[in-house]
Design a protein around this ligand. Structure first.
Ligand SMILES: NC(=O)c1ccc[n+]([C@@H]2O[C@H](COP(=O)([O-])OP(=O)(O)OC[C@H]3O[C@@H](n4cnc5c(N)ncnc54)[C@H](OP(=O)(O)O)[C@@H]3O)[C@@H](O)[C@H]2O)c1
Length: 331
């Protein structure tokens, strides 16, 4: 089973600096939260991962709990079979912070949990180290110093190269950032939900990460598929909603679909699809280092990477988008 990566893979993708660090991430990264568990054929997973790499997507994002551990296991198998020779061209991240195993040590932010979980992730992935290790969410029951020191020790012991946080409030992000600074921990990235329909990131976290010199990677940039043409004519049987259940309540979903229909006009005028528009809209902002997409088929990856063909927006386009979002949200 051999694989030769596309020799044009670096021609089109953009690579952007992560905050003040020396690391660059592709403008589009691939996450393995959905579509990489044991419910999806391994050949589909392999096709997605290898296609992503062929398109210049060098960053794959995982977590201990994706697919209950199966995503790490499956990625590990695909990596070992096809991508080992490319290890130095890959940024592989994982996380711990949500419930992973029973008992008092399988959840949260304690040193006990984070170190054991990182070891278990490395075993499933078949790796000596991950490039980025994230605390998946703040744990109010653990002092931030303990969490920060545990993450710092993962770097010092060679199990992770860089540290990130995810789903932290502005206050907790600021506090842990200051601890990391004192420890000289390579804390370089924040992972947060951000898309055209959910813009909380813009309120304060964006300013904080900017002032702290930390990069940002946005998850669910397509609102799990709502910001695409996926649901414009109903709910397809093979979609995430059919497989995993509703993404939001019915009223919000209908409101979102109205927004998407209106956004389609702006997208078409830019000769883009809605997904391309949604990705480009985020990347217009240098504060967003990378957009962390999911995909269930190769054609989605191909479409999403086309966003890079048209990243600039006129003031009139940005205004039109803001007006659509404001009107439909009833603000
Ligand atoms: N830190 C955290 O707490 C957290 C939370 C959530 C996610 N994440 C990370 O973010 C990653 C991405 O999240 P996400 O999967 O919600 O991202 P997303 O990009 O918003 O949604 C991905 C889904 O959108 C649909 N899609 C993608 N491109 C499409 C296209 N061109 N046309 C039509 N449909 C398209 C597919 O749905 P179908 O499956 O229906 O085809 C795909 O599975 C995750 O894998 C994970 O790594 C992190």
């Amino acid at each position: 089973m051999s694989y030769q990566a596309n020799d044009k893979r670096y021609d089109k993708m953009l690579y952007r600096k992560v905050g003040n660090s020396g690391l660059k991430l592709p403008a589009i990264s691939l996450g393995l939260w959905r579509n990489f568990g044991d419910d999806i054929p391994l050949t589909t997973q392999k096709d997605l991962i290898l296609k992503a790499f062929d398109l210049g997507i060098t960053h794959f994002d995982l977590a201990n709990n994706y697919g209950g551990g199966a995503a790490e296991q499956n990625f590990g198998f695909i990596f070992k079979t096809y991508l080992q020779d490319y290890r130095d061209e890959l940024i592989i991240s994982t996380k711990a912070g949500y419930h992973m195993w029973d008992g008092p040590y399988g959840d949260g932010g304690s040193r006990k949990y984070l170190v054991s979980s990182c070891d278990a992730s490395l075993k499933r992935l078949g790796l000596d180290y991950v490039d980025i290790f994230y605390h998946h969410r703040h744990d109010p029951e653990t002092p931030l110093e303990e969490t920060a020191l545990a993450l710092d020790s993962l770097v010092r012991s060679g199990k992770a190269l860089y540290i990130g946080i995810s789903n932290y409030s502005v206050k907790d992000a600021e506090a842990i950032s200051h601890i990391f600074k004192a420890l000289h921990t390579p804390f370089i990235i924040n992972q947060m939900k951000y898309n055209l329909l959910e813009r909380d990131f813009e309120d304060n976290l964006k300013a904080l990460t900017n002032s702290e010199g930390v990069g940002n990677i946005s998850f669910s940039p397509l609102a799990q598929g709502q910001l695409t043409n996926r649901y414009l004519n109903g709910i397809p049987e093979d979609s995430r909603i059919s497989r995993k259940g509703a993404l939001t309540d019915a009223v919000t979903f209908e409101k979102n679909m109205q927004i998407v229909r209106d956004l389609q006009t702006v997208a078409e005028a830019r000769q883009q699809t809605i997904a391309e528009l949604a990705i480009a809209w985020q990347l217009r902002d240098a504060g967003v280092t990378s957009v962390l997409i999911g995909a269930s088929r190769v054609s989605q990856l191909e479409e999403n990477v086309k966003a890079l063909d048209h990243l600039t927006f006129t003031d009139a386009e940005l205004q039109a988008i803001d007006t659509i979002l404001r009107q439909k949200k009833g603000q």
